[in-house]
Design a protein around this ligand. Structure first.
Ligand code: ZN
Length: 336
């Protein structure tokens, strides 16, 4: 309990705040779907055992798949079946729930079979990265077919792991849920707290490098503080010198609403153009309705963004979150 509270105390406070707000101000509406929060709290010593959490959920979902019978105005009884179609987890939870390797290990990508490469840092640490593949930037695809083959091979040869798959997962027992295709990449952790936050580290923590913007921090702060309350974005950001206090949404807001005017003629042309490609892609991906033509534009821009990233910054920036950008378009355009 201590461990959970110490690592997630803000989250717990936040949930309680929201529960209180809903409870006291929206009592007549408390059963509207938008006012219902599904939440669970698991207490464990160390790493929680995900199966003890998922098994009862899967059991109930199996009952829902059989259907629930309601009284209907037009027909006497109507049977409605419910199926789990999509799931999203942060990366450590995803690895546990799907029984696959974590993204910082070989074959740790949820969506493809690229193994990645582990680099040694100067401080003798390890960073697992995915270099851009000119042969197939987002492939070979991991799909239901090769997922099943991996499971069969693991069972037949009693392997501990094969191509990133450790073993079967309880969610695959559900009727319509395909663990690989139907699990989405978690954009909050992967894009906001992954790709964008890592750029902030490179810009504002590394004073002597070619990509560093630390020497311009006063000018950048002035510009950030001058941008206030535009119609489409009512959130005013802290100065970037306080970026360590930014939440996931702040990083995204900075990229979409602030970065272009704030970095204009501060960032060198090459870096500015490179960043523009990611900003335009994010605007497309986060828009309420995505035009299929714009999705293709975003795809090409994200490929260019990832391709040039290690030459403009360095190889350590190519962590799984950057690699996952190459899978975002297909994930946004799935029909299965
Ligand atoms: Zn991949």
């Amino acid at each position: 309990m201590e461990k959970i509270l110490s690592s997630n105390d803000n989250f717990i406070e936040d949930v309680y705040d929201k529960v209180n707000v809903y409870h006291f101000h929206l009592v007549p509406m408390e059963f509207c779907i938008e006012n219902i929060i599904f939440a669970g709290l698991v207490l464990s010593h160390g790493k929680p055992q995900i199966n003890s959490i998922l098994e009862p959920i899967v059991k109930n979902l199996k009952i829902l798949e059989l259907g629930i019978t309601f009284n209907s105005r037009t027909e006497r009884f109507i049977n409605i079946k419910f199926f789990l179609l999509f799931a999203v987890f942060d990366k450590p939870a995803r690895a546990m729930a799907l029984n696959i390797k974590n993204s910082n290990g070989f074959f740790g990508c949820l969506k493809c079979l690229q193994p990645g490469k582990t680099l040694k840092t100067k401080k003798k640490g390890n960073v697992h990265v995915y270099f851009f593949s000119y042969y197939s930037n987002d492939g070979p695809e991991r799909n239901s077919e090769n997922y099943e083959k991996c499971l069969l091979r693991i069972k037949k040869l009693s392997l501990k792991e094969y191509k990133g798959i450790i073993g079967p997962c309880s969610l695959q027992n559900l009727g319509e849920f395909k663990p690989i295709q139907n699990t989405s990449i978690d954009s909050m952790h992967s894009i906001c707290l992954g790709v964008i936050k890592s750029l902030f580290k490179y810009w504002f923590e590394m004073p002597d490098d070619k990509f560093s913007l630390k020497r311009h921090i006063t000018k950048i702060n002035d510009r950030v503080l001058k941008i206030r309350s535009i119609k489409s974005c009512q959130i005013a950001l802290r100065p970037v010198s306080e970026w360590r206090y930014y939440k996931a949404k702040d990083f995204l807001i900075f990229m979409i609403y602030y970065a272009i005017p704030v970095f204009y003629q501060i960032m060198t042309y090459e870096y500015y153009q490179h960043l523009l490609q990611s900003i335009i892609s994010l605007e497309i991906l986060y828009s309420e309705k995505i035009d299929i033509v714009n999705l293709e534009t975003a795809r090409r821009m994200l490929i260019n963004f990832v391709k040039k990233k290690d030459t403009l910054y360095n190889s350590f920036i190519l962590k799984s979150s950057v690699h996952e950008l190459l899978h975002q378009i297909k994930s946004s355009n799935r029909k299965d």
